[in-house]
Design a protein around this ligand. Structure first.
Ligand code: CMP
Length: 142
């Protein structure tokens, strides 16, 4: 089925000028960027986005990292977009990510891991709505 997923290019990748390289992988894989914005998240924005991790020991570091610099928040659309994006990203921990994935190629650590992607249809719906109104999502017409 055609799905949408929320993708974030994280501060480490933005800071290393990898936006184009990463977008190119999504586009070559047939995922369409149907919404995109650069933001520098506030602490409140990052805490709300990652609310499900609030009790985890890594939560303060996660929020600190995600507010350390600008990110690209975006919506990717395509056939099986949620799983496809996760395949392209590779495992959360770059040490465990398969060769050729975004995290294997560009990420340094489990914290600075270059990208985020929704992990289920339910989280995709919540995460897309967290950053975008319906009017900001622009499916292709050509
Ligand atoms: P992300 O997909 O953005 O979702 C939560 C983030 O927490 C994850 O990527 C990692 O960057 C970060 N993180 C740090 N430590 C862990 C951990 N032990 N397990 C899962 N995520 C972690």
């Amino acid at each position: 089925a055609i799905e949408r997923t929320l993708s974030i290019i994280k501060p480490d990748a933005v800071s290393r000028n990898l936006i184009g390289e990463i977008e190119s992988r999504f586009e070559k894989a047939g995922l369409q960027i149907v919404a995109a914005r650069m933001i520098h998240m506030t602490q409140e924005q990052a805490e709300g986005f990652y609310a499900e991790h609030r009790e985890r020991s890594f939560f303060p570091d996660l929020v600190g990292f995600m507010t350390s610099g600008p990110v690209i928040v975006q919506v990717l659309e395509g056939e099986n977009a949620i799983a496809r994006n996760r395949e392209l990203m590779g495992a959360t921990n770059p040490k465990e990510a398969e060769a050729g994935t975004i995290r294997a190629d560009y990420a340094d650590s489990i914290d600075a891991n270059a990208v985020h992607g929704s992990d289920s249809p339910e989280s995709a719906e919540r995460e897309i709505a967290y950053f975008f109104n319906d009017s900001e999502i622009c499916p292709r017409t050509l």
